[in-house]
Every structure is written in C-alpha cells, then in structure tokens.
Design a protein around this ligand. Structure first.
Ligand code: GLP
Length: 276
C-alpha cells in the first residue's frame, strides 16, 4: 500500500473542485470578466489564450451570457487559440476557427481582427515561418495575460503530445493515436481525423502570466492525478505546468475522483485542500 505523507498536500498545482462543469465554468468566466474589466479600467487590452474541445464549451456559453446580460465587452480583448488541425480549412465544420466562431466570437462584440488561430491551410514550406510569426504576434500584443487549457486523456495540453519539451514553441506536431481516437467524434470516423496539428508549445503556454486548466468527468481523473501529484515529466505534458507560479486546475468532482485527498480518508489535503 502506498504510504501517504500526512504532513503535506500531494498536489503540486492548486486544484479547485466544483460540483459540476457549470459551476466550475462560472468561476472561470468570473475570473476572465474581472481581468478584462481591470485591464480596461487601466486603458489596456486583455490578451487571452483560448482552448477548444468539449471542456471550454460551458465556459464560452457563460461568457456569451455575461456579454448579453451583464454588458461584458470583448472590444478590448485579443485572443490567440492554442491549436488547429493540419491540414484544415478554416471554414470546415471540424476546424477550430468554426468552433470558436460558433461557440464564442459570433455572439460577442470581439473585433474579428483581434482573434487569432494557427492557419491549418498554410503550405508546408511556410509552416515554420507561420509558427514563428504566431509567437511574434503574441509578444507584440503584450504576451498572454491568461491561458485557458483543457487536457487530453494522455496529458496533452493544446496539441502538445507526450514527449513535448518544456522549451517547445509553436510548431507542427504529429497527433497521437489516442488523441485521434478521442477526437474521432468530431469527424464521424477516426480515419478522417488529421494526423497533424499546429500547436502553441509548452514554453509558449508557460510564458502566460496566468493559466487555468479545466477538466470535467471521470475519464480525466487518472491524468489529473498524475499531472498534479506526481513528478513533472514530458510524458505527461500537463505536469510541466507545475513549473508555473500562477496555474490553477478547475475540475469537477468526477474529474477529481483519483486525487489522494478524495481517495484516502484522513489525508491532509482531504481536510485542508482548496475547495470551491
Ligand atoms: C483537444 C484539444 C485540446 C483539448 C483536449 C481535450 O484535442 N486540442 O486543446 O484541451 O483535446 O479535449 P476535451 O475538452 O474535448 O476533452
């Protein structure tokens, strides 16, 4: 049986546990709204890194509600999405451009000139230059104030698959089979899932001033435990977030199921760990 050190929390990244994705997303939406309003009051724009996949859908729905009902404006917001399949036409139903337009952008007052996603149709010989330019655009915007992340069942963040190094930057990457299987639902069949993607690197993500990773559901529970409790390793890219000093995991109770504080009665984190 594993011995539990009763003197310290095992969690190397702060974890906030919510009863369900809606309440977790509402928390993240409030953080985003506060940041936008605070920067706006100082006459500045807010630069946000955005994620796709199923996890941020409830967040975007809440931000849209806040825009419509509470006057939250995106006029002073600049966004950079984490990733895009390659090759992928930006108008294809499975493209992250389409996802972002339908789930967030079209329903807010964001200026289309202010949102950015990697170009899934850039010719192969221009990919390197495109990726360098993506990094440059983020820097010229003042750097990311906040990066929103999901997590793959294999621990990927963005499309930084296992093996992605802490110094990696925006680049073209081959997708793991496990990722192609997990994302097959977006395409109908795995054979249609592209084999490659352009993704921000781990270094690009770690340079953000603040990071929030969201994860819901039992399928994510084992990788959440590995990412926050075990040593950081390139095998679980999300564990590299342990090297950031303002990163929080926002998860629901099923996603937290494998954490020691919930699994082992009487463990200190079970008593004093952060809870929403
Ligand atoms: C996708 C995206 C990631 C996302 C992850 C989890 O492939 N590229 O940015 O965080 O996999 O997806 P989901 O939220 O659907 O579980």
């Amino acid at each position: 049986m594993t011995k539990i050190d009763l003197t310290d929390s095992l969690e190397k990244i702060p974890v906030k546990i919510f009863p369900d994705p809606q309440s977790g997303s509402a928390f993240v939406a409030r953080e985003i709204a506060a940041l936008i309003r605070q920067k706006e009051a100082a006459g500045k724009k807010t630069v946000i890194g955005l994620a796709t996949g199923s996890s941020p859908k409830t967040l975007y729905a809440e931000l849209v509600r806040m825009h419509k009902e509470e006057g939250l404006s995106f006029k002073n917001v600049i966004t950079f999405n984490l990733d895009q399949y390659y090759p992928m036409d930006k108008d294809a139903l499975q493209s992250y451009h389409y996802f972002m337009r339908k789930n967030l952008f079209e329903h807010t007052d964001i200026d289309p000139a202010n949102y950015h996603l990697p170009d899934g149709m850039i010719p192969k010989d221009k990919v390197k230059e495109h990726c360098l330019n993506y990094e440059k655009q983020i820097e010229e915007a003042g750097g990311l104030d906040l990066q929103i992340l999901g997590i793959g069942v294999n621990g990927h963040i963005g499309f930084n698959e296992p093996g992605s190094g802490i110094h990696s930057k925006t680049r073209l990457i081959s997708l793991d089979n496990s990722t192609r299987i997990a994302n097959a639902y977006e395409f109908g069949h795995m054979s249609q899932v592209p084999r490659m993607a352009i993704t921000m690197g781990i270094n690009t993500i770690l340079k953000s001033k603040k990071i929030i990773l969201m994860a819901w559901g039992q399928t994510k529970a084992p990788v959440i435990k590995k990412a926050v409790e075990e040593d950081d390793t390139e095998d679980i890219p999300a564990s590299l977030l342990q090297n950031h000093d303002d990163c929080t995991f926002v998860i629901d109770e099923t996603g937290a199921a494998e954490l020691t504080r919930l699994k082992v009665p009487g463990s200190p984190a079970n008593v004093i760990g952060p809870r929403a």
